[in-house]
Design a protein around this ligand. Structure first.
Ligand SMILES: CC(C)(COP(=O)(O)OP(=O)(O)OC[C@H]1O[C@@H](n2cnc3c(N)ncnc32)[C@H](O)[C@@H]1OP(=O)(O)O)[C@@H](O)C(=O)NCCC(=O)NCCS
Length: 157
């Protein structure tokens, strides 16, 4: 259903969110991150992490690093039944806005070659392929497509 993203609240993630983050992760990826990886992200001073709350529960998240001119998206997922409501877009916009204030001008991320849905999401949001990292994913040996976009000054979509 369209328009329901208005009722979605973005907020900082905390350690106590991690069990829910793990549930979302496991519903979203065949090769999910382990809890320890999320704990490290929360402790990393370069990290920009957000959760999306709807109907009183966490339904999506984004983990990224803002490093000088670059924002690197490390992980983003939305619970399957909350997808296509603009939540992923809001999470990405929030990260880009925060990173822009910190001086970032570029956004970079890797996406599995087989993840066509995510690729369409990123393409819709202005990303383009700038390279391929051969065998990037150690679990399956799959290639990563490296996607890139510039950060626009305020409301770039
Ligand atoms: C990728 C993901 C985070 C997108 O979240 P989302 O909240 O559904 O995305 P949005 O609703 O903000 O989508 C914005 C636009 O992207 C495009 N898009 C998103 N998902 C799409 C899909 N499955 N197929 C085609 N286009 C898609 C659409 O143009 C959409 O706008 P529209 O619904 O008005 O047509 C979500 O699909 C997900 O959690 N996937 C599993 C985890 C994953 O693959 N993460 C990325 C790893 S690199």
């Amino acid at each position: 259903m369209k328009g329901r993203e208005d009722r979605v609240k973005l907020r900082r993630l905390q350690e106590r969110d991690l069990d829910t983050v793990l549930e979302i992760e496991r519903e979203s990826f065949p090769h999910p991150w382990r809890k320890k990886m999320f704990e490290e992200e929360l402790r990393n001073p370069l990290s920009l992490c957000f959760g999306a709350e709807s109907d009183g529960r966490l339904v999506g998240f984004l983990f990224s690093w803002s490093i000088f001119e670059d924002l690197h998206i490390n992980n983003i997922a939305v619970l399957p039944r909350y997808r296509r409501r603009g939540i992923g877009r809001r999470l990405l916009q929030e990260a880009m806005e925060r990173a822009r204030v910190l001086g970032a001008r570029n956004v970079l991320l890797e996406v599995r070659r087989s993840n066509a849905a995510a690729a369409r999401f990123y393409e819709r949001l202005g990303f383009r392929e700038v390279g391929v990292r051969k065998g990037y994913y150690s679990d399956t040996g799959e290639d990563a497509r490296l996607l890139f976009r510039k950060i626009q000054p305020v409301s770039g979509f």
